[in-house]
Design a protein around this ligand. Structure first.
Ligand code: PLP
Length: 447
């Protein structure tokens, strides 16, 4: 490692940080993380904190997951790379596809297409959805519907279905034919509806209305996160996603579950779709599939969709899509070890128990700090605290405030994340009750 002075001086000199204005990182030096053990990270000044962010919603098993590290090292030694494009395969990826098939069978998802991350997974599902309709002779189904405040990565298709202007405006024009309906976001919504069940009904009516307006026969797919993550942790009412599924079925529209955050236990259920009892046509995964140790993703495909592709004799089902790193053997080895460890540790139970503790804890913080306008979560380890300038008017806080809270919490012992006016908490699923208390007291000090 280069010395401390070199790293601090060059932190943002030749490096542009994602999701950051270059001038910002020159002015406010980003924290240089140099170590990770268990659920804690250490920075260049030797300051150690509990990672309340879990990397970027991905380090579900913490930083010391030896089986995943060992699997990566062993695979690098044996076969560091080979493509699985037409005519070739590798042993690891075959085994992984079988393991994933077993894992996702309760969701009705039985085939895997591998990618190098979440944005790739979203792009893959969007493209395969159009192709599915073309194979079936419904080539007019090319549009996509999604939720405002949804986040689906940064490729052009994903950005087009994203429901947050921050990730769209600078890159427009995006894909035509992408339309957004209101999210079931109880704290703020165009209907001024505060009851989650009634709000779900209103958003569903908006979805039906949009389908009628666009014409069902023009729509390829509806994409949503089972719990909206980056948009500020928005869990829909339990009736919402099952009704979305029913509406999609009625109109021949494919349902894409963007499970890049929610798969593998984060919600306190093994998948977000299973949490709501939904069987999507595609599920996009990435992040925790390798515990964040290797860039990797998988799109899981439902049996009936797979049958359409596999049963085609016209040539329309040839998949003209894939990445150099689709099925990377090192990523596949990491994912195999990660899946085994995820199941062995039964992280889903801890995610549910610690998630409840964390959510109750932030509710208690809300009683003490007027700067908190809303807290959301209650399903595993996905929690958001929305900050306001004034609770009565719900006016947004000064833009500098969330970062100030983050900095103070960091000094007091926990890394938390800022997303707009929200403080987001998504710690590793293996944290203890004592670790949760560290996060809560750091936040208490931060407000
Ligand atoms: N979809 C969702 C729901 C996400 O939360 C993310 C990333 O946070 C993505 C897609 C994009 O994943 P990646 O950043 O790995 O490309």
């Amino acid at each position: 490692m280069k010395d401390e002075n070199f790293l601090k001086a060059n932190n943002a000199r030749s490096l542009w940080h994602p999701m950051t204005a270059p001038a910002d990182s020159l002015k406010n030096a980003p924290t240089i993380v140099t170590g990770g053990q268990g659920v804690r990270i250490t920075d260049i000044d030797g300051h150690e904190v509990v990672d309340g962010v879990g990397g970027l919603w991905n380090v579900n098993l913490g930083y010391s997951c030896q089986p995943v590290k060992a699997a990566i090292a062993a695979q690098l030694d044996r076969l560091p790379y080979y493509s699985i494009f037409r005519g070739t395969s590798n042993d690891c990826v075959i085994e992984l596809a079988e393991e994933l098939r077993a894992f996702f069978e309760p969701d009705g998802l039985t085939r895997a297409f591998f990618t190098s991350g979440g944005s790739d997974s979203v792009e893959t599902a969007l493209r395969l959805a159009r192709q599915y309709h073309k194979i079936r002779g419904e080539g007019g189904r090319v549009k996509y519907l999604s939720l405002k405040k949804g986040y689906h990565g940064t490729h052009t298709g994903g950005a087009s279905v994203n429901g947050n202007a921050n990730f769209r405006t600078a890159y427009e024009p995006l894909l035509p034919g992408c339309h957004h309906i209101p999210a079931p976001y109880t704290y703020r919504n165009p209907f001024n509806e505060t009851d989650p069940a009634r709000l779900a009904q209103l958003c569903l009516a908006a979805l039906e209305d949009e389908i009628a307006f666009q014409g069902a026969g023009t729509i390829a797919a509806f994409i949503m996160e089972p719990i909206l993550g980056a948009g500020g942790v928005i869990p829909p009412h339990e009736s919402f996603m099952p009704r979305v599924e029913a509406i999609c079925r009625k109109h021949g529209i494919l349902l894409i579950a963007d499970e890049v955050i929610t798969a593998f236990g984060r919600t306190g259920a093994w998948t977000g779709s299973r949490l709501w009892g939904v069987k999507p046509d595609f599920a996009c995964t990435a992040k925790a599939i390798t515990n964040g140790y290797f860039p990797f993703g998988a799109v899981m495909i439902a049996e009936p969709v797979a049958e359409v592709f596999e049963g085609d004799a016209s040539g329309k089902a040839a998949i003209g899509h894939g990445y150099t790193y689709s099925g990377h053997p090192v990523g596949a080895a990491a994912a195999l070890a990660c899946l085994a460890e995820t199941k062995r540790l039964n992280v889903v139970e801890n995610a549910a128990a610690r998630g409840t503790q964390l959510f109750r804890g932030v509710q208690e913080l809300m009683a003490r700090h007027d700067i908190i306008g809303d807290v959301r979560g209650g399903h595993g380890l996905m929690t958001a605290i929305e900050l306001v300038a004034d609770r009565a008017t719900k006016a947004a806080p000064d833009k500098a405030i969330p970062a100030r809270v983050q900095e103070a919490a960091y000094r007091a012992g926990a890394m938390v994340r800022v997303s707009g006016p929200n403080i987001i908490l998504s710690p590793p699923l293996v944290l203890t009750a004592a670790d949760v208390e560290v996060i809560l007291s750091a936040l208490d000090a931060g407000f």
